[in-house]
Design a protein around this ligand. Sequence first.
Ligand SMILES: [Zn+2]
Length: 60
Amino acid sequence: MLMLKADCPICDGVVTLPKDAEESEIISCPECKTRLVVTSLKKKNAILEEAPKIEEDWGE
Ligand SMILES: [Zn+2]
């Protein structure tokens, strides 16, 4: 089974992507908890960027 890995642009940690990850999917870095968006996805190489800050209602 192919596991996709990418470097976190914030902390340089290794982020493992789910095998069904898709472009523009949001993933959290396990190291720094930054929300990352998959901007490019190729067979063995994924590119991550920090996701834009979104106002979300976590409460209520
Ligand atoms: Zn990170």
